[in-house]
Design a protein around this ligand. Sequence first.
Ligand code: TRP
Length: 328
Amino acid sequence: MKKMMGFIGLLSIVLTFAFFKEKGDSMENKIEGLPVVGILQLTSHPALDIIYEGIVDALNDEGFVDGETIEIDFQNAQGDQSNLNSMSTRFVNKNASLMIGIATPSAQALANSSKEIPIILGAVTDPKGAGLVKNNEKPGGNITGVSDLTPIKEQFNLIKQILPNAKNIGILYSSSEDNSIVQAKQAIEIAESMGYETTVSTVSSTNDVSQVSSSLVNQVDAVWVPTDNTIASAMSTLVAAADENNIPVFPAVDTMVEEGGLATVGLNQYELGILTGKMAATVLKGENKPQTMPIQYLQKGEIIINLEKATELGIAIPENILEKIKNQ
Ligand code: TRP
């Protein structure tokens, strides 16, 4: 009998634990039964963080509110490929209604995890080039979204106006990012058609940025960088090397100008997120399917200048550019 009492005591402890555990789990899942929207972000750098904010704001505006009408499962892979894979599988196992990939490597991991669940691309430079859609106009499968291809030609025109005597432009990017490979190719063509010499350097991870930038800034008059996640994650390292040699950096994006680049004609990262969130909302409402929704682009780049950096480097920004900024 004593043994039996002991057993019942133990059983009730086990049951109590089971009860609390269940409560804990359901707290984590917020409200049971809400459609799950999985958002996978490659890593944290300012541009991707702002894109995520835009996505959530647009979903809210369309009535998709976390914990009320949907469950947003937000995962950040910290730049790690095995995280990207396991987080994508997590969404599929949770039977997500829709998945959003912020940056190309995240979108590629999501695409490998499901051919059925709708996937919306959040700022993927070249969806077709990254093997994500058959055709940017007619995606054809379960994937569509927003491209953040920047106006590279306008960026080089800006370099020409700010540095009329520059001859050699350094191009720095990560050879492991499909989004950067396509931009670098265009940049080289544009620069050479404008009569520049180019010096191209690549990194394979953030660990290389310091050494590769230090050597590049010794050989060029300015450095151009695409929307590259690896460089964006180590922007301060590149800027430190460039500053030491008094070389300006022209990145393809506003957030990287704010972090010490000199100037760009870039797309508003928050607006990219808003557009992504709106496309996701259209699919969640059942109004359209990725298959027949063309990839969308932001139409207008804005000139962004870091005046403090210009002063630091002793570079005078031409009056007509300053005028244009006032009027945009
Ligand atoms: N276009 C990048 C990609 O396809 C993602 C991205 C968006 C990005 N905005 C950026 C990268 C700004 C660097 C800086 O992966």
